[in-house]
Structure formats: structure tokens, C-alpha cells
Design a protein around this ligand. Structure first.
Ligand code: ATR
Length: 275
């Protein structure tokens, strides 16, 4: 048992995770005696791991793929947001042994947008969201909470978009993936939540020709930082926000709960995480 608080990130695989750099930078910056570790956990070892880590001095964890849904069953207390999204990314181990589960992805998404596009107004008009996977769930919940009047949702596999509308309600309008370009002129906010544009993968090919220059455009892909999707939007005169900040901001609530200091997201941190 250590005499300083330990935290970490669990997933499988885990070596690619940037969270150790993120939290490690904050621990150093604020001179906090604590640790943050990457822990590879196989699916069948999840329950035992969650029960044994608190005994080893762990005060909490970030959770990444493939465990974000499974940890919901193992937690004792869920935030409304985690329940609504159906997944958790931040766990806190309470002194009484209970596990508290939250989802901060939507918070990270909104904070990134607010920091990167200070004039962004959720209520300015519809949001066009590409993709209906796990990330889209958190982002849609946060956009609805922020007061976006309508979400135009488009996904290659339409039934997944329909499932999201069934969960999150009537403010969502679904359009076919091949028709999505025609919706651009309505959108005040445009979000890519798909993996398209990630280094080594397929490119985002929907033309952004119809985009209004007043739209704020953001991508959850951050490798590369400047995706073709963002470059195409910038060419139309839009304010663009890259996806790295979503990752950085989603870490803030966990760090504060575990280590007692609300950390800042700034250029120094971006450089440290990218180094
Ligand atoms: P995440 O949790 O990061 O959102 P995910 O749940 O696997 O990951 O979702 C990936 C998203 O990227 C989905 O919306 C997926 O579309 P499908 O539901 O049709 O699979 C989208 N996506 C991935 N590859 C794509 C491609 N080549 N063309 C269009 N959409 C793609």
C-alpha cells in the first residue's frame, strides 16, 4: 500500500493511451505526490481488478475501450449522465468501498468547443453530427443539454442513428449518410464523431461545400490534429476546433476528484501530451 494516491487508466489495449501523459503533466505541474498509470485489463479480469485496486492505494480510474459499458454493471453509483449515455469513463473509489461512475466525455467535448471557439452559441442553430457510435452518444447528450435546438444526425449505418433517436428523443432528425451534405447549409455546429480521417484510416469524403462560414466545426479525431475535415471547413471560413482538447478536458473532473486540484487545460499541456 502506498501513502500517496494512485490513479490510472484501464483498457485493452492501453499502450496508445495519452492519459498517462496528461495526468502525469498535471501531477508534476502542481507538485502533487501521486501517480497515474496505464493498466492493461482483459475483459474477464475487469471485476477482480476493480475490487483489488482500491486496496493498492487507487483512488480512481479512467476507463477506455473496451470497458466503458461493462463498468456500468460493476459500479455502485452512477451519475445521471453516465446512465443516459450508457457508458462511463471516470471511476472514483469511495472510502466506504463503493465505486462511483461518471461520464465526462460530453463535458470534455463542450469545454473544448467553448475554449476553442469562444463565440460558440449552442442555440445559434441546428448541429449536424456525423456518426452514431459511442463518442456520438456522449456528444449528443451534451449538445442537447447545452440547448442546441435540433440535431441532424447522419450515420453510414442508419439503424444506429435511429437507436440514438429512440434513446435521446425527438430533437434528433436523421438523414441518410449520402444526403448529409445537403444539410450543411442549415448547420450552426458541425461535428465529426466518426473515425474517418484518422491517420492510417479512411478519409472523410462528404463535401463541405454547403457549409456556412459562421458555422463552428469540430472533429473528435486528433491524430492528425488538423484533419482534412477541419481544413475543408477552415477553407470555408469556419471556426474550427481540433479534437485533442476533448481528451484533455474530459480528464479534468477525474483529476480534481482524485487529487484535490482542478487542473488547467492550456498550450503547455497540449505540447506535453503531443511530445
Ligand atoms: P466511437 O466509440 O469512437 O464512436 P464506434 O462506436 O466504433 O467508435 O463508432 C465509430 C463511428 O465511425 C460510427 O458512427 C461508424 O459508422 P457505422 O455505425 O456505420 O459503423 C463510423 N465509421 C467508421 N468507419 C466509417 C466509414 N468508413 N464510413 C463512414 N462511417 C464510418
Amino acid at each position: 500500500m502506498t501513502n500517496f494516491p494512485r490513479a490510472g487508466v484501464i483498457g485493452n489495449p492501453i499502450s496508445h493511451s495519452l492519459s498517462p501523459k496528461l495526468h502525469g503533466h498535471w501531477l508534476r505541474r502542481y507538485g502533487i505526490a501521486g501517480s497515474y498509470e496505464a493498466i492493461q485489463v482483459k475483459e474477464d479480469a475487469l471485476q477482480d481488478t476493480l475490487r483489488s485496486l482500491p486496496e493498492q492505494g487507487f483512488v480512481g480510474l479512467n476507463v477506455t475501450l473496451p470497458h466503458k459499458v461493462a463498468v456500468m454493471q460493476l459500479a455502485d453509483q452512477l451519475t445521471d449522465r453516465a446512465t443516459l449515455i450508457g457508458a462511463a469513463n471516470t471511476l472514483t473509489f469511495k472510502d466506504d468501498g463503493r465505486i462511483f461512475a461518471d461520464n465526462t466525455d460530453g463535458y470534455g467535448f463542450l469545454e473544448n468547443l467553448r475554449q476553442g471557439a469562444p463565440g460558440w452559441d449552442a442555440k445559434a442553430g441546428p448541429a449536424l453530427v456525423f456518426g452514431a457510435g459511442g463518442a456520438a452518444r456522449a456528444i449528443i447528450v451534451s449538445l442537447i443539454e447545452a440547448g442546441v435546438p435540433e440535431i441532424i444526425l447522419t450515420n453510414r449505418t442508419r439503424p444506429k442513428a435511429e437507436a440514438l433517436r429512440a434513446d435521446f428523443g425527438a430533437r434528433i432528425r436523421i438523414v441518410d449518410w449520402v444526403q448529409s451534405g445537403t444539410m450543411l447549409s442549415d448547420a450552426a455546429t458541425v461535428v465529426n464523431t466518426t473515425s474517418l480521417g484518422m491517420r492510417g484510416g479512411q478519409e472523410f469524403r462528404v463535401s463541405l461545400d454547403g457549409l456556412r462560414s459562421s458555422a463552428v466545426v469540430t472533429d473528435i479525431v486528433y491524430n492528425p490534429l488538423r484533419t482534412k475535415f477541419l481544413d475543408a471547413a477552415a477553407e470555408k471560413g469556419c471556426t474550427t476546433v481540433d479534437g485533442l482538447g476533448m481528451l484533455l478536458h474530459q480528464g479534468v473532473p477525474g483529476f480534481e476528484r482524485w487529487f484535490g486540484k482542478r487542473p488547467e487545460v492550456d498550450d503547455d499541456l497540449r505540447r506535453a501530451v503531443l511530445a
